[in-house]
Design a binder for this molecule. Structure first.
Ligand SMILES: C[S@@+](CC[C@H](N)C(=O)[O-])C[C@H]1O[C@@H](n2cnc3c(N)ncnc32)[C@H](O)[C@@H]1O
Length: 591
């Protein structure tokens, strides 16, 4: 380990374009490239890194690439599946051949269900995608309003009932059955063209809906105790089973593909194909949003279904994903000398709650890099049900570190979250060798949650002041908050690196951040906004947090909303497209 931290960047930019990052979605992944500089700074080759909130295992992949061992754990069944899928190395030839074979088997088993007939042609072709629309029923006259058909040219929603002129209120009008609208297929020359759905398509859709195999489609109930049940309005939409998220034909195509994959003889190839399969699930579902310009990915933090959505050919999605998995492998295993053999690094992933990792012995770990859940933003185990239905195992979520805001678990939620983080950091402290380091990725718009994390780190025994604070810029925009003056989602996280003392020592008290200090820090940061850099409000917030931490403050009173209001008062607005701050009287300044 190098004693010098100066090569560590102050800001880690993590554009989400690398082939590893994009291969399989998981909520709030930290890109491998953002983790690598930390692992190389805080460990030597052959040493061991741990991550107790490992999620999709990016820490393990970064460790692997650098020839370090990794001990990963998380409560997430889906996280373990994704991490193992990434780390499984197969020969590209075997993967391609197996993928072709499983697709051919599944196609045959699906039969004619994906069939469509192109206008002016007699032949039968496979549909590439079908566009579906919600139907709303006018409460005044009973008119069936097929949403898509009444969008304006620019994609704006209808304002009135076309029949009786009653005002159209999306959240209040009852829904009728969704309607298939347009089907896209390939011409004999391979060109994609769309045409209105015909009775031929409707008959096949109805045939798929009545198919006895529907009951075999793996599914889990999302019950009303789950936070995401209410947050995504699932009760109202009648979406209680994960299988309800698939159009009838895609449900059967997925089932047959899954069956074929599970029949593959070689375990490593089977595992990689299962990984590619779970990676396509959001897009293979009704969560894949249509937009007039280009498809808008599935929103991975909620179960939202847009009023116009896709039914995308599962086999095409899968073939593309297998190609993406090969690109990810190429990037991941580019230096093959690091893998396998006596000198090869090893990575394991155990299902365990971070507050209790008895499989890791005390003082056995050289470095911890971890990214705990950020309070009440994301409900991992609720969202994972969608994938875990296929994996046949469900995350035990009783100890999940999240702050519930609805239902029975709302009472005492923040206290439980704090207690869990404290014991997780205590476990990290126990397993770390004395004098070694832990880096924690964290982002939240509430100073209260930041204060809670600081206290949890301190009470575990770590030195209170970090040796390094980096800003992790995930390259997303944050527009809404500033222009509306309301709360916004933070798009910039901090990476705090703290040290386990060589011996038990008393941790010096930190100052308490008083209101006056908050105002001073915010005002200073606003004065320091560079004129021509594209900073958004989250960047400014992150800089203030970093300064406050370096000046030993507890962050309880430092909220993003205060920064947004101060920015507004100082005359800043956010560029609608990029989120960059612009001084209202010089609109081009930081656009
Ligand atoms: C921010 S994510 C980590 C993402 C990870 N950095 C990655 O690259 O995929 C937080 C993780 O904490 C996990 N988690 C929540 N409560 C936990 C607990 N009590 N013990 C272990 N893991 C927990 C969630 O399942 C989730 O995977």
């Amino acid at each position: 380990m190098k004693g010098d931290f100066s090569p560590l960047p102050e800001t880690v930019t993590a554009p989400r374009t690398d082939p590893i990052y994009n291969c399989h979605g998981y909520l709030t992944k930290v890109p491998v490239a953002a983790i690598e500089p930390f692992i190389s700074t805080f460990t030597n080759s052959g040493e061991t890194v741990a991550d107790l909130f490992a999620g999709s295992g990016m820490t393990g992949l970064a460790a692997l690439r650098l020839g370090r061992n990794a001990r990963l754990s998380d409560i997430s069944v889906l996280g373990r599946h994704i991490a193992n899928g990434y780390a499984t190395r197969v020969s590209p030839q075997s993967l391609r051949a197996a993928a072709e074979e499983v697709v051919a088997k599944a196609r045959a088993a699906l039969g004619d269900l994906y069939g469509t007939r192109r206008q002016g042609e007699e032949r039968w072709v496979e549909m590439v995608r079908t566009i579906w629309s919600f139907t709303y029923i006018c409460p005044s006259c009973g008119f069936n309003l097929i949403y898509f058909r009444h969008l304006s040219e620019g994609g704006a929603p209808p304002k009135k009932c076309p029949d009786c002129s009653a005002m159209f209120v999306r959240r209040q009008w009852p829904r009728g059955p969704d309607a298939p609208i347009e089907v896209v297929s390939r011409s004999p020359e391979g060109r994609l063209t769309d045409q209105p759905v015909t009775d031929f398509d409707r008959k096949l859709i109805a045939k798929a809906a009545a198919d006895v195999r529907q009951k075999d489609v793996p599914s889990l109930e999302i019950d009303e105790e789950r936070e995401m049940f209410s947050r995504s309005g699932l009760g109202k939409a009648g979406l209680v089973q994960t299988r309800d998220f698939f159009c009838p034909r895609n449900a059967i195509a997925l089932l047959e593909l899954w069956r074929a994959i599970n029949g593959v003889e070689f375990e490593d190839v089977r595992q990689k194909l299962r990984f590619a399969f779970t990676a396509i699930l959001p897009r293979a579902s009704r969560r894949y949003q249509w937009s007039a310009q280009r498809p808008l990915n599935a929103q991975n933090q909620t179960y939202y279904i847009a009023p116009v959505y896709y039914e995308w050919n599962v086999f095409e999605l899968f073939e593309r994903k297998v190609a993406a998995a090969l690109r990810s492998d190429e990037a991941l295993f580019e230096d093959s000398s690091l893998f396998g053999g006596a000198a090869g690094a090893d990575v394991d992933y155990v299902l365990a709650s971070a507050n209790h990792v008895p499989h890791l012995s005390s003082e056995s770990i050289d470095y911890v890099f971890t990214d705990p859940p950020f309070g009440s933003n994301i409900f991992y185990s609720d969202m994972s049900l969608f994938h875990e239905a296929w994996l046949g195992e469900v995350t035990a979520h009783a100890t999940e570190a999240v702050v519930h805001t609805t239902g029975k678990r709302k009472t005492g939620a923040a206290e439980r979250y704090e207690a869990l983080l404290s014991s997780a950091f205590a476990e990290a402290f126990r397993i770390l060798k004395p004098g070694r380091y832990m880096s924690v990725v964290f982002g939240n718009s509430s100073g209260r949650i930041w204060g809670l994390v600081q206290r949890a780190i301190r009470s575990a025994g770590f030195r209170a002041t970090p040796v390094h604070v980096a800003i992790l810029d995930k390259g997303q925009r944050s527009v809404k908050g500033l222009n509306s003056g309301s709360e916004s989602v933070v798009t910039v996280d901090l990476i705090l690196t703290i040290q386990k003392p060589m011996s038990a020592e008393s941790v010096p008290d930190t100052h308490v951040l008083r209101n006056g200090d908050t105002q001073r820090l915010i005002a200073e940061a606003i004065r320091e906004i560079p004129e021509n850099a594209s900073h958004n409000a989250s960047h400014v917030y992150a800089r203030i947090l970093r300064k406050a931490i370096q000046q030993h403050y507890i962050l309880d009173e430092l909220h993003l909303t205060d920064v947004l209001l101060a920015l507004r008062d100082a005359g800043y607005i956010a560029n609608r497209k990029t989120g960059s701050l612009i001084l209202a009287n010089s609109r081009s300044a930081t656009a």
